[in-house]
Design a protein around this ligand. Structure first.
Ligand code: ATP
Length: 452
C-alpha cells in the first residue's frame, strides 16, 4: 500500500469511520465525553459480524460450550470477593500545573494535555506520587443514595459466569471440561486516552470460562491460546501482524499459572487484542467461601468433589472490530485514481452485496430492486445504489469493504444475466440471476486474504 501505517494512519481510519458511518464521537453535539464512542449504521453491522464470528466458533460449532447473558449490575459482594474493589486499580499520577492525569505505568506513551508535543511534567508542572485509582464505576441501586446502596457497573463479564456456574451445571447437560461464553458490555473508568476505540470507558467483551479437571490445565491452556490466535487469522487478519506474548512470572496474578496475550501491531505499536489466562480455581473457591454455597463439581464416575480449574480467553469486541478495520485498509492506484478499499473477510464485511442498475431507465431500477429483495430475503446484507457513474458506485462499496457488487444492465433485461464484481480482484463475471446466491456462498467460503 502507498500509505505507511504510522500514527497519521489512525487519523485516516478515524475520518473514514466518521464519513461512512462506522463510528462517531459520543455526545458529539455537546463536545463529546472522554473515551466514549457511538457506532453508526455500518459500525453496528461490523460489530454484529465480529460477535457472530466469535459466537459461531465458540458456541454454535462446539458441543462443549454454552452461552450466558448475566446482569451488568450484580450484588456488590461479587466485586469484593473477586478482588476488584480492593485491587482493580491503575497507578495514577497528576500534574499539579495542568491537572493532567496519567497512568504511572504508561507515562512513556502519554502526552501533556496542555502541550501535546511534550511528555507529562514537561509543561513545567510537578507530578504527584503514584496512587491507586479504582477503575470501577460506582452507582446506587434503589432510592437511597448512601453507602448501603453502592453498586458497581461490571468491569468484566467473567464474574457473572462464575456466579452462574452452579445454575448452568444443574440446568444444562454439561460436565468438565466445558465452557460458558458471554458477550456483553463492561465498564472501566480508564485514565489514559485510548487510541480511538482501542481503549474506551464502555466496551463489549467476549469472554469464555472453560472449566476443567485440574490435571488437564496444560493441555487446555495450549489449546485455547492456539485456537484464539488462529481465529483472528482465519477471519483475515495478517498473520505477520499477530504475535503471542507470554506473561513473565512477575506479571501474573498471584493465583494464575499462565497468561498469554494475542497482540497486534497497531499503527501506534504492539497492543493486546485478547488475553488467555489460566485462573486456576481461584474464582469458584472465593465465591464459594464468601457466599457459603458449595460451588464444587461432583464427578459421578470418580465420586470426587472438586473445584474445576478455569482457562479464560477474554477478547474485546470493539478492539477486534478496530483491528479488522485497520488490517483491512488499503489504498492503491487504479486507472490514475486512488482506490480506498477495505479487504474485510466476507463474513466480517458490514454489507455483503451492493446492487446497482447500470442506468436509471429501461426497467433496470425495478429489476435491480427485485434482485435486492431476493437477496435480502436470503438474509444477505444488501445495499441498493442508483446514483452516480457505475465506477463511483463500485468505489463507494470498496471503501466500506463490500465484497461483491451486482450490476443490472441491458443483458439482464434481455437474458436475465447480471455482472458480478469481486472487490479484491475487481474482476467482473456474467451470470444468471438464479446463480447469484450460489456464487456468493461459494465466494464467501473460498475467500483468501489478498496478497498486498
Ligand atoms: P489493557 O492491558 O489493554 O488495559 P486488560 O489486560 O486490562 O487490557 P482484560 O481485562 O484482559 O484487559 O480484558 C480482556 C480484553 O478486553 C482485552 O484484551 C481487550 O480486548 C478488551 N478491553 C479491556 N479493556 C478495554 C477498554 N478499556 N476498551 C476496549 N477494550 C478493552
Amino acid at each position: 500500500m502507498s500509505q505507511t501505517k504510522d500514527t497519521s494512519f489512525m487519523d485516516t481510519i478515524v475520518s473514514l469511520c466518521k464519513r461512512r458511518g462506522f463510528v462517531f464521537q459520543a455526545s458529539e453535539i455537546y463536545g463529546g465525553i472522554g473515551n466514549t464512542y457511538d457506532y453508526g449504521p455500518l459500525g453496528v453491522e461490523l460489530k454484529r459480524r465480529v460477535k457472530e464470528a466469535w459466537w459461531t466458533r465458540m458456541v454454535t460449532l462446539r458441543d462443549d460450550i454454552v452461552g450466558l447473558d448475566s446482569a451488568i449490575i450484580q450484588n456488590p459482594k461479587t466485586w469484593e470477593t473477586s478482588g476488584h474493589v480492593s485491587g482493580f486499580t491503575d497507578p495514577m499520577v497528576d500534574c499539579k500545573k495542568c491537572k493532567g492525569r496519567f497512568r504511572a505505568d504508561k507515562i512513556e506513551d502519554a502526552r501533556c494535555p496542555e502541550r501535546p508535543s511534550k511528555k507529562p511534567g514537561e509543561c513545567g508542572g510537578e507530578l504527584t506520587e503514584a496512587r491507586a485509582f479504582n477503575l470501577m464505576f460506582k452507582t446506587h441501586v434503589g432510592a437511597a443514595e448512601d453507602s448501603s446502596s453502592i453498586a458497581y457497573l461490571r468491569p468484566e463479564t467473567a464474574q457473572g459466569i462464575f456466579l452462574n456456574f452452579k445454575n448452568v451445571l444443574e440446568s444444562s447437560r454439561v460436565k468438565p471440561p466445558f465452557g460458558i461464553a458471554q458477550i456483553g458490555k463492561s465498564f472501566r473508568n480508564e485514565i489514559t486516552p485510548g487510541n480511538f476505540v482501542f481503549r474506551t470507558r464502555e466496551f463489549e467483551q467476549a469472554e469464555m470460562e472453560f472449566f476443567i479437571p485440574p490435571a488437564q490445565n496444560e493441555q487446555w491452556y495450549k489449546h485455547w491460546v492456539a485456537e484464539r490466535a488462529s481465529w483472528y487469522s482465519d477471519f483475515g487478519i495478517d498473520p505477520a501482524k499477530l504475535r503471542l506474548r507470554e506473561h513473565a512470572a512477575d506479571e501474573l496474578a498471584h493465583y494464575s499459572t499462565g497468561c498469554t496475550d494475542v497482540e497486534y501491531e497497531y499503527p501506534f505499536g504492539w497492543g493486546e487484542l485478547e488475553g488467555i489466562a489460566c485462573r486456576t480455581d481461584f474464582d469458584l473457591k472465593r465465591h464459594s467461601e464468601a457466599s457459603g454455597k458449595d460451588l464444587r463439581y461432583f464427578d459421578q464416575e470418580t465420586k470426587e468433589k472438586y473445584f474445576p480449574w478455569v482457562i479464560e480467553p477474554a477478547a474485546g469486541i470493539d478492539r477486534a472490530a478496530l483491528t479488522f478495520l485497520i488490517d483491512a485498509y488499503d489504498e492503491e492506484e487504479v486507472e490514475g485514481e486512488k482506490r480506498v478499499v477495505l479487504h474485510f473477510h466476507p463474513e466480517i464485511a458490514p454489507i455483503t452485496v451492493g446492487i446497482f442498475p447500470l442506468v436509471k431507465k429501461e426497467g433496470m431500477p425495478e429489476k435491480a430492486a427485485e434482485i435486492e429483495r431476493m437477496l435480502r430475503t436470503s438474509r444477505l446484507r444488501t445495499y441498493y445504489d442508483e446514483s452516480a457513474a457505475i465506477g463511483r458506485r463500485y468505489r463507494r462499496q470498496d471503501e466500506i469493504g463490500t465484497p461483491f457488487c451486482v450490476t443490472v444492465d441491458g443483458d439482464t433485461m434481455k437474458d436475465d444475466v447480471v455482472t458480478i464484481r469481486h472487490r479484491d480482484t475487481m474482476v467482473q463475471e456474467k451470470l444468471k440471476v438464479a446463480e447469484i446466491e450460489g456464487w456468493i456462498a461459494n465466494a464467501m467460503r473460498s475467500w483468501k486474504r489478498p496478497a498486498r
